[in-house]
Design a binder for this molecule. Sequence first.
Ligand code: HGY
Ligand code: MN
Ligand code: MN
Length: 421
Amino acid sequence: MNDSTPDLDIASRIMSCIEALSAISESTDHLTRVSLSEQHKQANSLVGEWMTACGMQVHTDAIGNIIGRYEGSKEGPALLIGSHLDTVRNGGRYDGMLGVVIPIICVEILHKQQKKLPFPIEIVGFCDEEGVRFPSTLLGSRAIAGTLDEETLQECDASGISIAEALREFGQDPDQLQTARRHSEDFIGFVEIHIEQGPVLELEDLPVGLVTAISGASRYQIEVTGKAGHAGTVPMNLREDALTAASECILAIEDICTQLPDVVGTVGMIDALPGAGNVIPGQVNFSLDLRSSKDSTRDDAEAKVFSALERISQRRGVAVKPMRTYQAEGRTCDSWLSNQLASAIKSSGYRLLTLPSGAGHDAMALADLTRIAMLFVRCKDGLSHHPDESITREDAAATAKVLMNLLLQADLSDPQPGAAG
Ligand code: HGY
Ligand code: MN
Ligand code: MN
């Protein structure tokens, strides 16, 4: 791959792999592939075929991650590269998948040239980053980092299937969870390639950017309990309507997060029960996702939201119960590994731009195990978690060029003391 223009043949290879993966969905009219599903199994086997074809030893670990290893000319710690293979509901085809396909295409090129690097490469397709099926998220990367505890496997999806049962159906043994755990001496570091899911690279007219830090996130389930009743006979002033109370809570959350700098709050799911048009809702459950680039700011936002919910609960005479179901601390990318990636960006002919990530990524979990660095790829209108998510062929090729230059040029043999954890 020369250093002048992006190699569009490589782009075609990348785009055709993305196309093949995006056809594996639980629905024929949109892309939804949740973790440990039949579709996830199909995606793993397709990725496994690509990995095997380019000389990698492939295995599925105890949590359902697919992992390929391309040996180096020397023994020693591997460079781990990867991202997730699960999607959100009605999601885009690049979020996650791009970070698995591009390193595979780079290994394909090395394999074709019968070239070995002075270090092994491992490529991982994580089983669950989006946390769509189960309350927790980052299951695959946390299992590898050794931070996924056994009791989390008892969490259930909406149909009451636990992660442990889903693992059994997937062909894995949940009792073997600890075998998925890797050790810091196994890796030089972890590099994740991911679409930016924001507008900055497009505004800066750059194909790639270097990530400085990843925002933390907290997730909540909020239960509002009022009193169901007849829509025709209960006077307005005597109602304990759980849905109007929930609506006031949701608008209060929006108001608090709008007032606070550097905070975003999202209610993405809501359930009103019993769910009949002529019954006053007695029970409402809704989700909340709170984020900030600073953990202390996010904690402050949580406190403000919880006291607002308490006030609404008192005034309306309904019970409002917020429960935090998940929290990931914000992470800073490792400077030594990021500098290697910065050199590869520059030697590929691109202006270096650094930027933070508002979205969460598997790299956050891997930071508990090894050095992390992330490369963002420009995406159209910054759109993601949407079927219109897209990148250009030129940017796909440009990203492959940067990764190849990292693999061929970086001196990874003598890593500086890394920020592992
Ligand atoms: O929600 C996120 O930030 C990621 O896309 N899972
Ligand atoms: Mn993602
Ligand atoms: Mn996502």
